[in-house]
Design a protein around this ligand. Structure first.
Ligand code: SAM
Length: 231
């Protein structure tokens, strides 16, 4: 992967960035995504934010290598603190982290969201944390994708401002992904169900306290609901 040719995962994130957006890529270890977006003519200016010095240096190096210093500003900053009001950022990408970490980054510096119209988020795990965050912060999921690359499955969630309630099952699975039910989706949730069955088996061996019984019931309900979607 490089700034010319992204991984399938990052290319899917890039495909959701609106033409002529001012984009901030947060956690931008090599700045591949902002460089690609500028090189492809999708955006003319971008911010690359990184909190760790090593990856920040890599991002600076890549931007210099691509000779994009005029278009891309790389900042060493925690989360959305990389975004300054005068940047006029309209879209934020955060990819390659867990859902809860992405949600905590969004919560940590809410000013960074001022003027932002679209969030493109790619949680490696626990996408539910992003959907819950959206509901709590007046964002709604306007698009979603699920892809497989190098044996790993990734979800990409696109949020815009607005309210759209989601059922418990939609929070877990994604409303659009659930309706589409593509092969990758079926593979992901078939695997999850198998893991829940393993947890259930292990739980059987434990002392059957009220908490254990409640956990068992919750897993059984979840398995039944997700199996219902896959059926
Ligand atoms: N976004 C790239 C991708 O998807 O390939 C890099 C993903 S890498 C696994 C996660 C990066 O996010 C790391 O470079 C890490 O230092 C950075 N990161 C983690 N927490 C951050 C935060 N609060 N603010 C900025 N960057 C952060």
């Amino acid at each position: 992967m490089n700034a010319q040719k992204l991984s399938k995962r990052l290319a899917t994130v890039a495909a959701f960035v609106p033409q002529n957006a001012v984009v901030a890529d947060i956690g931008s270890d090599h700045a591949y995504l902002p460089c690609y977006l500028v090189n492809q003519g999708v955006v003319t200016t971008a911010i690359a934010g990184e909190v760790v010095k090593g990856p920040y240096d890599s991002a600076c190096h890549e931007v210099q290598r691509e000779q994009l210093q005029q278009q891309i500003t790389v900042r060493l900053a925690n989360g959305l603190e990389a975004i300054h009001a005068e940047d006029g950022v309209t879209a934020i990408t955060i990819a390659g982290m867990g859902g809860p970490l992405i949600a905590s980054i969004l919560n940590h510096y809410p000013q960074g969201l001022d003027g932002v119209e679209r969030l493109i988020l790619q949680p490696n795990i626990h996408a539910i944390a992003i959907r819950e965050w959206a509901i709590d912060h007046d964002f709604m999921i306007v698009d979603e994708a699920i892809i497989k690359e190098d044996g790993k499955i990734y979800e990409i969630l696109v949020l815009e401002r607005g309210q759209k309630p989601l059922s418990e099952l939609e929070l877990l699975l994604g409303e659009k992904l659930m309706a589409e039910r593509n092969d990758v989706f079926v593979e992901k949730w078939t695997h999850e169900i198998a893991q829940w069955h393993t947890v259930l088996k292990n739980i059987e061996k434990a002392e059957q306290t009220a908490a254990i019984l409640a956990k068992k019931q919750q897993l059984l309900t979840q398995i039944e609901a997700v199996e219902g979607v896959l059926a």
